[in-house]
Write a protein that binds this ligand. Structure first.
Ligand code: FAD
Length: 303
C-alpha cells in the first residue's frame, strides 16, 4: 500500500501537464506550508527570520522540465537575482540549483556555461552553490559536471543519496567535496537502488559517519530523529568539531526539531523552495510522507 501511494505521487510529480497547469493555479492543496513564497523579495523575510534564530538557509527557485534554452537562461537570471539579494541583504544563505533547470537536458556545455556564470557571481560575494541530485538518469552527468566545475571554482558541491548502491564506492572520489547527504527522493530501479528502508537508513548512517570522520564539510539532510540522535552521539563520542558539519531539513517540516537543534548549538540549515513551479516538488514530498496528505485534505475541505 505504501509503495502504491509513493508511486502514485511520484507519477503525479512527473506529469508535465499538471506541472504546467499548477503554475497558473497559485498555491493549492496546502502547498504554501512547504513552499515559502513565489518571489525572492517575500522569501527574503523568511530567511531574515530564520537567520535571527541562528539558522542558515539554502534557497531553491523551483522549476521542472526545462526544454528550451530561453527557459534555462531565465532560470539563470533568477539565480543571479537571488545571489544579489543574498549579498545586498547580508543574508546567511546559499543557493541550491538543479542542473536540468539550467539546461542539462538541452545541451551539457550550455548548462556548464550557465553554471560557470553563476559560480563567478557567487564567488565574488562569497556564496556557496549546491547542485541538487536528481534522478539516476542524471547522476553520472551531475558528478561529471561538478568535477569539471571544481577545476575552476571551490564554492560548489553536490548531493549523495544513500538509496543508491554505488554511493559508497563514489565517496572516495568526492572526499574533498562539500556534500549534502540525503536518502533519495526519486523512484529508482532495484538494479541501482535499495528499496528497503532499513538498508537505506543503515547506508545513510554508514556514509554520514565516514564523512564526519573525513575532512570535507557535510550537510546531514534528514527529518529522521532516530538518525539524528545516533549521529549526535557519534559526534560526541569522536569529539568531532561541530563546524565540520550541519543538519539540514526542508522548509515547513518538523519546525520544533529544526529550532531545537539550532538552540543546542548545532549548525542548522533550512532548505527553502520557492516560486510558482511548485507542483512536482510538492508531489515528491507527499510521496515521501503520505501523512502530509492530512494537511492537503484539511486545506481542501475545511478552508
Ligand atoms: P524519512 O525516511 O522520510 O522519515 C524517517 C522517519 O522520520 C519517519 O518514519 C518519521 O518517524 C520521521 N519523520 C520524517 N518526517 C517527519 C515529519 N514531517 N514529522 C514527523 N516525523 C517525521 N533528495 C534527492 O534525491 N536529491 C536532493 O538533492 C535532495 N535534497 C534534499 C535537501 C534537504 C534539506 C532534505 C531534508 C531532503 C532532500 N532530499 C533530496 C529528499 C530526501 O532524499 C528524502 O526523500 C527526504 O528527506 C525524506 O527522507 P528523510 O531522511 O527525511 O526521512
Amino acid at each position: 500500500m505504501a509503495n502504491l501511494t509513493k508511486d502514485f505521487f511520484i507519477g503525479l510529480s512527473n506529469n508535465r501537464v499538471l506541472n504546467e497547469s499548477a503554475k497558473k493555479w497559485g498555491f493549492r492543496m496546502g502547498a504554501e506550508k512547504f513552499v515559502a513564497g513565489t518571489n525572492m523579495d517575500s522569501v527574503a523575510d523568511t530567511v531574515h527570520e530564520l537567520n535571527r534564530r541562528g539558522i542558515c538557509c539554502t534557497l531553491d527557485h523551483l522549476g521542472e522540465f526545462v526544454t528550451e534554452k530561453e527557459e534555462a537562461l531565465e532560470a539563470k537570471e533568477e539565480c543571479i537575482h537571488i545571489l544579489e539579494k543574498i549579498h545586498a541583504d547580508e543574508l546567511d544563505c546559499h543557493l541550491s540549483v538543479k542542473l536540468t533547470k539550467l539546461g542539462l537536458d538541452i545541451d551539457e556545455s550550455f548548462c556548464i556555461e550557465n553554471m560557470k556564470e553563476l559560480l563567478a557571481v557567487a564567488e565574488q560575494y562569497g556564496i556557496f552553490i549546491n547542485i541538487d541530485m536528481e534522478d539516476y538518469s542524471h547522476y553520472q552527468q551531475t558528478i561529471d559536471v561538478l568535477q569539471l566545475l571544481r577545476k575552476d571554482y571551490e564554492n560548489v558541491g553536490t548531493v549523495v543519496q544513500s538509496y543508491l548502491f554505488r554511493t559508497q564506492n563514489d565517496l572516495e572520489g568526492l572526499k574533498d567535496v562539500r556534500l549534502r547527504l540525503v536518502k533519495g527522493a526519486y523512484k529508482e530501479s532495484p538494479d541501482v537502488a535499495y528499496h528497503d528502508k532499513k538498508a537505506i537508513d543503515e547506508n545513510f548512517l554508514s556514509i554520514a559517519k565516514q564523512r564526519l570522520l573525513g575532512d570535507a564539510f557535510t550537510s546531514i539532510a534528514t527529518h529522521d530523529h532516530f538518525i539524528i540522535s545516533e549521529l549526535k552521539d557519534f559526534v560526541k563520542e569522536h569529539q568531532i568539531d561541530k563546524d565540520t558539519f550541519e543538519f539540514q531539513m526542508l522548509y515547513g517540516f518538523r519546525n520544533d526539531l529544526q529550532f531545537a537543534l539550532a538552540e543546542e548549538g548545532y549548525n542548522f540549515c533550512t532548505y527553502i523552495p520557492f516560486g510558482t513551479d511548485w507542483f512536482g516538488y510538492f508531489m515528491r514530498r507527499l510521496a515521501e510522507r503520505p501523512q502530509n496528505m492530512n494537511l492537503v485534505l484539511k486545506d481542501t475541505f475545511y478552508t
